[in-house]
Design a protein around this ligand. Structure first.
Ligand code: SF4
Length: 250
Protein backbone atom coordinates (compact mmCIF):
# COMPACT_ATOMS: atom_id res chain seq x y z
CA UNK A 1 0.00 0.00 0.00
CA UNK A 2 1.33 3.46 -0.92
CA UNK A 3 1.58 6.34 1.57
CA UNK A 4 -1.42 8.05 -0.02
CA UNK A 5 -3.44 4.83 0.25
CA UNK A 6 -2.45 4.52 3.91
CA UNK A 7 -3.58 8.10 4.49
CA UNK A 8 -6.85 7.51 2.65
CA UNK A 9 -7.54 4.36 4.68
CA UNK A 10 -6.78 6.20 7.93
CA UNK A 11 -9.14 9.05 6.99
CA UNK A 12 -11.88 6.58 6.08
CA UNK A 13 -11.47 4.78 9.41
CA UNK A 14 -11.67 8.07 11.35
CA UNK A 15 -14.73 9.14 9.36
CA UNK A 16 -16.37 5.80 10.10
CA UNK A 17 -15.72 6.21 13.83
CA UNK A 18 -17.02 9.78 13.76
CA UNK A 19 -20.22 8.77 12.01
CA UNK A 20 -20.66 5.92 14.46
CA UNK A 21 -20.67 8.37 17.34
CA UNK A 22 -17.04 8.36 18.49
CA UNK A 23 -16.28 11.97 19.35
CA UNK A 24 -12.90 11.72 21.07
CA UNK A 25 -9.71 9.82 20.57
CA UNK A 26 -6.87 10.06 23.09
CA UNK A 27 -4.13 12.54 22.24
CA UNK A 28 -0.88 10.88 21.30
CA UNK A 29 1.61 11.24 24.13
CA UNK A 30 4.25 9.33 26.05
CA UNK A 31 1.80 6.56 26.87
CA UNK A 32 0.80 4.36 23.95
CA UNK A 33 -2.62 5.16 22.51
CA UNK A 34 -5.24 2.46 22.87
CA UNK A 35 -6.54 1.00 19.62
CA UNK A 36 -9.63 2.59 18.03
CA UNK A 37 -11.87 -0.24 19.25
CA UNK A 38 -10.99 0.57 22.87
CA UNK A 39 -11.55 4.26 22.22
CA UNK A 40 -14.94 3.50 20.73
CA UNK A 41 -15.97 1.39 23.69
CA UNK A 42 -14.78 4.09 26.08
CA UNK A 43 -16.93 6.80 24.49
CA UNK A 44 -19.94 4.76 23.34
CA UNK A 45 -21.80 2.92 26.09
CA UNK A 46 -25.10 2.50 24.27
CA UNK A 47 -25.32 -1.11 23.06
CA UNK A 48 -26.93 -0.34 19.72
CA UNK A 49 -24.52 2.55 19.09
CA UNK A 50 -21.61 0.26 19.91
CA UNK A 51 -22.94 -2.49 17.64
CA UNK A 52 -23.41 -0.03 14.78
CA UNK A 53 -19.93 1.37 15.37
CA UNK A 54 -18.48 -2.12 15.05
CA UNK A 55 -20.21 -2.65 11.70
CA UNK A 56 -19.14 0.84 10.57
CA UNK A 57 -15.51 -0.03 11.25
CA UNK A 58 -15.83 -3.11 9.03
CA UNK A 59 -17.51 -1.08 6.32
CA UNK A 60 -14.78 1.58 6.37
CA UNK A 61 -12.24 -1.08 5.38
CA UNK A 62 -14.50 -3.01 3.01
CA UNK A 63 -13.20 -3.72 -0.48
CA UNK A 64 -15.70 -6.34 -1.64
CA UNK A 65 -16.56 -4.18 -4.66
CA UNK A 66 -13.12 -3.48 -6.09
CA UNK A 67 -14.16 -0.61 -8.34
CA UNK A 68 -16.16 1.18 -5.65
CA UNK A 69 -13.47 0.72 -3.01
CA UNK A 70 -10.92 2.19 -5.42
CA UNK A 71 -12.98 5.19 -6.50
CA UNK A 72 -14.81 6.21 -3.30
CA UNK A 73 -13.64 9.11 -1.17
CA UNK A 74 -15.05 7.37 1.89
CA UNK A 75 -17.79 4.96 2.84
CA UNK A 76 -21.22 6.31 3.77
CA UNK A 77 -22.47 4.02 6.51
CA UNK A 78 -25.75 5.60 7.57
CA UNK A 79 -26.86 8.11 10.16
CA UNK A 80 -29.56 8.71 12.69
CA UNK A 81 -31.21 7.28 15.76
CA UNK A 82 -30.21 3.68 16.56
CA UNK A 83 -33.64 3.30 18.18
CA UNK A 84 -35.60 4.76 15.27
CA UNK A 85 -39.04 3.36 14.49
CA UNK A 86 -38.55 4.44 10.89
CA UNK A 87 -35.63 3.86 8.53
CA UNK A 88 -35.36 5.61 5.17
CA UNK A 89 -33.47 3.56 2.59
CA UNK A 90 -32.03 5.08 -0.58
CA UNK A 91 -29.93 3.46 -3.29
CA UNK A 92 -26.32 4.67 -2.92
CA UNK A 93 -24.24 7.70 -1.98
CA UNK A 94 -23.93 10.42 -4.59
CA UNK A 95 -21.12 12.92 -5.07
CA UNK A 96 -22.14 15.09 -2.09
CA UNK A 97 -22.54 12.10 0.21
CA UNK A 98 -19.21 10.65 -0.92
CA UNK A 99 -17.54 13.95 -0.10
CA UNK A 100 -19.23 14.51 3.28
CA UNK A 101 -19.59 10.89 4.44
CA UNK A 102 -23.26 11.31 5.35
CA UNK A 103 -26.36 9.97 3.58
CA UNK A 104 -28.78 12.30 1.82
CA UNK A 105 -27.04 15.65 1.87
CA UNK A 106 -27.32 18.21 -0.93
CA UNK A 107 -30.61 19.17 -2.61
CA UNK A 108 -32.14 15.69 -2.51
CA UNK A 109 -31.19 15.43 1.16
CA UNK A 110 -32.82 18.81 1.79
CA UNK A 111 -36.06 17.56 0.25
CA UNK A 112 -35.92 14.40 2.37
CA UNK A 113 -35.45 16.59 5.45
CA UNK A 114 -38.53 18.60 4.41
CA UNK A 115 -40.53 15.39 4.07
CA UNK A 116 -39.47 14.29 7.56
CA UNK A 117 -39.74 17.66 9.33
CA UNK A 118 -42.52 19.51 7.52
CA UNK A 119 -44.49 16.55 6.21
CA UNK A 120 -44.17 14.03 9.06
CA UNK A 121 -43.60 16.44 11.96
CA UNK A 122 -40.57 14.48 13.03
CA UNK A 123 -36.94 15.44 13.41
CA UNK A 124 -34.29 14.06 11.11
CA UNK A 125 -32.52 12.74 14.20
CA UNK A 126 -35.65 10.71 15.07
CA UNK A 127 -35.17 8.45 12.04
CA UNK A 128 -32.27 6.47 10.62
CA UNK A 129 -31.13 6.95 7.03
CA UNK A 130 -29.07 4.47 5.03
CA UNK A 131 -28.63 3.15 1.50
CA UNK A 132 -28.50 -0.16 -0.32
CA UNK A 133 -24.80 0.59 -1.03
CA UNK A 134 -22.26 2.22 1.29
CA UNK A 135 -19.97 3.39 -1.52
CA UNK A 136 -20.63 5.76 -4.39
CA UNK A 137 -20.87 4.14 -7.84
CA UNK A 138 -18.70 6.13 -10.27
CA UNK A 139 -20.68 8.69 -12.23
CA UNK A 140 -23.70 7.95 -10.02
CA UNK A 141 -24.58 4.91 -12.13
CA UNK A 142 -27.07 2.45 -10.69
CA UNK A 143 -25.64 -0.18 -8.33
CA UNK A 144 -24.75 -3.44 -10.04
CA UNK A 145 -26.57 -6.53 -8.73
CA UNK A 146 -23.28 -7.96 -7.44
CA UNK A 147 -22.58 -4.71 -5.55
CA UNK A 148 -26.03 -4.77 -3.94
CA UNK A 149 -25.48 -8.40 -3.00
CA UNK A 150 -22.03 -7.62 -1.57
CA UNK A 151 -23.43 -4.83 0.61
CA UNK A 152 -26.61 -6.63 1.69
CA UNK A 153 -24.98 -8.14 4.75
CA UNK A 154 -24.23 -4.66 6.13
CA UNK A 155 -27.76 -3.45 5.40
CA UNK A 156 -29.28 -6.43 7.17
CA UNK A 157 -26.95 -6.11 10.14
CA UNK A 158 -27.85 -2.43 10.53
CA UNK A 159 -31.56 -3.29 10.39
CA UNK A 160 -31.09 -6.14 12.89
CA UNK A 161 -29.43 -3.72 15.33
CA UNK A 162 -31.93 -0.86 14.85
CA UNK A 163 -34.98 -3.14 14.64
CA UNK A 164 -37.23 -0.52 13.01
CA UNK A 165 -40.97 -1.04 12.69
CA UNK A 166 -41.10 0.75 9.33
CA UNK A 167 -38.88 1.22 6.30
CA UNK A 168 -39.54 3.82 3.63
CA UNK A 169 -37.79 2.88 0.38
CA UNK A 170 -36.80 5.90 -1.68
CA UNK A 171 -36.82 5.04 -5.37
CA UNK A 172 -36.97 1.93 -7.50
CA UNK A 173 -33.43 0.72 -6.78
CA UNK A 174 -33.98 0.72 -3.02
CA UNK A 175 -37.44 -0.84 -3.25
CA UNK A 176 -36.50 -3.53 -5.76
CA UNK A 177 -33.35 -4.54 -3.90
CA UNK A 178 -34.89 -4.60 -0.45
CA UNK A 179 -38.04 -6.45 -1.54
CA UNK A 180 -36.21 -8.63 -4.09
CA UNK A 181 -38.57 -7.80 -6.93
CA UNK A 182 -38.39 -6.39 -10.44
CA UNK A 183 -41.72 -4.57 -10.13
CA UNK A 184 -41.66 -0.88 -11.01
CA UNK A 185 -41.81 1.80 -8.33
CA UNK A 186 -45.20 2.75 -9.79
CA UNK A 187 -46.51 -0.70 -8.88
CA UNK A 188 -44.73 -0.89 -5.52
CA UNK A 189 -45.84 2.48 -4.17
CA UNK A 190 -49.24 2.95 -2.53
CA UNK A 191 -49.08 -0.36 -0.64
CA UNK A 192 -47.61 -1.71 2.58
CA UNK A 193 -45.09 -4.49 2.02
CA UNK A 194 -43.32 -6.75 4.47
CA UNK A 195 -39.61 -7.29 4.92
CA UNK A 196 -38.77 -9.68 7.73
CA UNK A 197 -41.70 -8.41 9.79
CA UNK A 198 -40.93 -4.74 9.08
CA UNK A 199 -43.66 -2.79 7.29
CA UNK A 200 -42.32 -1.21 4.11
CA UNK A 201 -43.70 1.72 2.13
CA UNK A 202 -42.10 2.67 -1.18
CA UNK A 203 -42.09 6.04 -2.85
CA UNK A 204 -40.11 8.10 -5.33
CA UNK A 205 -36.51 9.14 -4.67
CA UNK A 206 -36.14 12.82 -3.69
CA UNK A 207 -33.72 13.33 -6.59
CA UNK A 208 -36.48 12.12 -8.96
CA UNK A 209 -38.91 14.55 -7.31
CA UNK A 210 -36.51 17.42 -7.97
CA UNK A 211 -36.54 16.51 -11.67
CA UNK A 212 -40.27 15.66 -11.76
CA UNK A 213 -42.10 17.93 -9.30
CA UNK A 214 -45.49 16.61 -10.46
CA UNK A 215 -44.69 13.30 -8.69
CA UNK A 216 -44.61 15.07 -5.33
CA UNK A 217 -48.35 14.60 -4.98
CA UNK A 218 -48.00 10.81 -5.20
CA UNK A 219 -45.10 10.92 -2.73
CA UNK A 220 -47.28 12.86 -0.33
CA UNK A 221 -49.92 10.13 -0.65
CA UNK A 222 -47.26 7.52 0.15
CA UNK A 223 -46.07 9.53 3.14
CA UNK A 224 -49.66 9.85 4.38
CA UNK A 225 -49.96 6.06 4.09
CA UNK A 226 -46.80 5.71 6.15
CA UNK A 227 -48.07 8.21 8.73
CA UNK A 228 -51.35 6.31 9.07
CA UNK A 229 -49.50 3.02 9.57
CA UNK A 230 -47.28 4.59 12.22
CA UNK A 231 -50.25 6.20 13.96
CA UNK A 232 -51.98 2.80 14.19
CA UNK A 233 -49.38 1.84 16.76
CA UNK A 234 -50.27 4.97 18.72
CA UNK A 235 -46.85 5.60 20.18
CA UNK A 236 -45.03 7.73 17.66
CA UNK A 237 -44.57 11.47 17.54
CA UNK A 238 -46.52 11.57 14.31
CA UNK A 239 -49.00 14.36 13.77
CA UNK A 240 -50.85 14.57 10.53
CA UNK A 241 -48.56 16.53 8.25
CA UNK A 242 -49.79 19.51 6.36
CA UNK A 243 -47.51 18.96 3.41
CA UNK A 244 -49.90 20.02 0.69
CA UNK A 245 -50.98 23.18 2.48
CA UNK A 246 -47.37 24.03 3.25
CA UNK A 247 -46.48 23.82 -0.40
CA UNK A 248 -44.01 21.04 0.30
CA UNK A 249 -45.62 18.63 -2.13
CA UNK A 250 -47.23 21.06 -4.57
S1 SF4 B 1 -20.57 -1.00 -1.59
FE1 SF4 B 1 -20.67 -2.13 0.37
S2 SF4 B 1 -19.85 -4.19 -0.12
FE2 SF4 B 1 -19.20 -2.81 -1.80
S3 SF4 B 1 -17.16 -2.07 -1.20
FE3 SF4 B 1 -18.66 -0.56 -0.45
S4 SF4 B 1 -19.09 -1.18 1.68
FE4 SF4 B 1 -18.11 -2.94 0.64
Amino acid sequence: MTRSNHAKAAIQRLEGLRRAGVTHLPKPGKRPSPPPVAASQATTTDPRQSALAAVAREVADCARCAELARTRTQTVFGAGNPYARLVFCGEAPGADEDRVGQPFVGRAGGLLTDIIVKGMKMRREDVYILNILRCRPPGNRNPLPIEAANCREYLDRQLEIIRPEFICCLGAVAAQNLLDTTASIGRLRGKVHDYRGIRVVCTYHPAYLLRNPSAKRQTWEDIQLLIEEMKKEGKGRIDQGKGLKMGLFN
